[in-house]
Design a protein around this ligand. Structure first.
Ligand code: ADP
Ligand code: FBP
Length: 303
């Protein structure tokens, strides 16, 4: 079984405004409320790719109900710990520029956070766990570490998509995949990476520090895949970008869904790029047919 864990889900409130003017009354041309949070996005794309997963994490309040109802409607299994506080709402403002305003996240009590640790102590070595996104500030600083401890004791594989110290601390536990975007890679190592050589140098460092596979994604400029066998460059297909929110999550779902079936990292990378780009070219996350239509357009070659 694949489990996704979203510690900080959200409703993504996508708002379109023709020409945003700060300090004035702006009228929306249209708006869209979507279930969000990185692991939930991964589960939604896995479902499109016919890969079954169960979405875990914390959900609460009317916002939490919106997300669980959506997942139920789409027949995506979930087993969230219900919390007293409301799940956050993140604003995705599409105007002349794309602006995001993400909430900090709800209060999570010790009983609630312990309940998730207890729930995942039942996983086995046959399972894979995808840990995605930020954690609400009310969770203990070492909460990701506590989760990884439980997962690795069960000998389950894990993938982690988060940033900063949480990502760095996870590497020695040999995640199957990490996928920082270029900005996150720069933040992780505290240095600007203006040349291909520097990106390759720090991408390889992710493997030296323990990751089994690493992808460094660069939006419309494609991505690099780092494996023990070699480094690959993937070129993103061209298209009209509608909403790139969730492109990174889609890429992870595409990679993991294919890798678990075939154990072929290069093929999985292609599926990852196709899934990320198909989402960037859609209002919501990508649909199965959009992904499959792009996969043959993705070019991957050794560096
Ligand atoms: N503007 C775009 N055009 C084509 N593909 C894109 C675009 N933005 C994202 N993608 C695809 O999605 C992948 C992940 O996007 P990226 O923005 O790098 O991740 P994140 O959402 O984590 O910041 C990219 O490697 C690419 O394949
Ligand atoms: O957990 P975080 O880092 O606060 O991010 C949450 C946001 O990320 C998203 O999951 C999108 O992530 P990506 O664009 O990186 O794929 C949104 O759905 C959500 O609003």
């Amino acid at each position: 079984m694949i489990y996704t864990i979203t510690l900080n889900p959200s409703i993504d409130y996508v708002v379109n405004v023709k020409q945003m003017e700060l300090g004035k009354l702006n009228k929306m041309t249209n708006d869209l409320k979507l279930p969000g949070g990185k692991g939930i996005n991964v589960s939604r794309i896995l479902q499109e790719l016919d890969v079954h997963s169960t979405a875990l994490g914390f959900l609460g309040g009317f916002t939490g109900n919106f997300i669980s109802n959506w997942l139920q409607k789409d027949k995506i299994s979930s087993d969230f710990i219900r919390i007293l506080d409301d799940t956050r709402i993140n604003i995705k403002l599409k105007s002349n520029l794309e602006t995001e305003i993400n909430g900090q996240g709800p209060n999570i009590s010790t009983e609630e956070s312990d309940a998730l640790l207890k729930q995942i102590s039942n996983i086995s070595s046959e399972d894979s766990v995808i840990l995605s996104g930020s954690k609400p500030p009310s969770l203990p600083d070492n909460y990701y570490h506590l989760l990884i401890d439980v997962i690795t004791k069960s000998n389950a594989a894990f993938i982690i998509d988060t940033t900063g110290e949480d990502l760095k601390a996870a590497l020695p536990y040999k995640p199957l995949l990490v996928k920082p975007n270029l900005e996150e890679l720069e933040e992780l190592f505290g240095t600007k990476m203006n040349t291909k050589e520097t990106i390759l140098q720090y991408g390889e460092k992710l493997l030296e520090l323990g990751a089994q596979h690493a992808i460094v994604s660069m939006a419309g400029d494609g991505a690099f895949l780092f494996t023990k066998e070699g480094i690959y460059k993937g070129i993103s297909p061209k298209g009209i970008v509608k909403n790139s929110v969730g492109a990174g999550d889609s890429m992870i779902a595409g990679f993991v869904g294919e890798y678990i079936k075939t154990k072929d990292a290069e093929r999985a990378f292609k599926m990852g790029i196709a899934s990320g780009s198909a989402t960037a070219f859609s209002d919501d996350l990508a649909k199965r047919n959009d992904i499959l239509a792009l996969v043959n357009q993705v070019e991957v070659s050794p560096v």
